[in-house]
Structures are given as C-alpha cells and as structure tokens.
Design a protein. Sequence first.
Length: 116
Amino acid sequence: SDGEEEEDSPSLSPSSSHSGSRAEHSAPPSDSSAPGGLPLEGASFLSATPAQWSVDEVCKFISSLQGCEELAAHFLSQEIDGQALLLLREEHLISTMNIKLGPALKICASINSLRE
C-alpha cells in the first residue's frame, strides 16, 4: 500500500498545482471570496458562515430563493436559525412546515450547497 501512495502523489501534485495556478489567473477575485462557490447571488449580503446565521438572516436567505419569498415567514415562526437550517431535511419542510414539494426541494438544494 505504501508503494501505491507514492505513485499517486507525484502524478496528482503537478496537475493540481497547474490547474490551481491557471484558475487563480483566470478567475475574477470575487469568486475566491465566495466559500464553496455558492450560486446564490441574492445571498451575498449574508455572512459566510451559515451555521452562525440568526433567524432573520435565515429568513433573508429563504426569501432570496426564487419562488420561496413567501415561505420565509414559516422559518421565522419556527425560529429556524442557521444551525437549525443546516439540520433541516426535506421531510421537515413538507410534513412539519407544510411547504409544497417543489419549493421544499429548492430549499433543500440550497441548504445542501451551504453545507459544502
């Protein structure tokens, strides 16, 4: 097993260093500041650490999602802060909060991107 590890590292490190330097040159600086490359333009006003979000910040995040604006009130009434948001699952949204499947799936996808 030692031999395999030694074979892997030389082949990986040159390619990763090349691609890393290329990405740095071509990528605009704004990309590097977004952790995990979040696809949410509307959420740029939120702090970078979702687990530390307040209930209000979670509401802003939910209302920034397309088609989910009116659902933010549910998150407020359920007192879902950042830590709770990251623990949320599809079934919580659908059964406990009575959110329709479509919006629930969008919210879950967004939460998953926050976890990365």
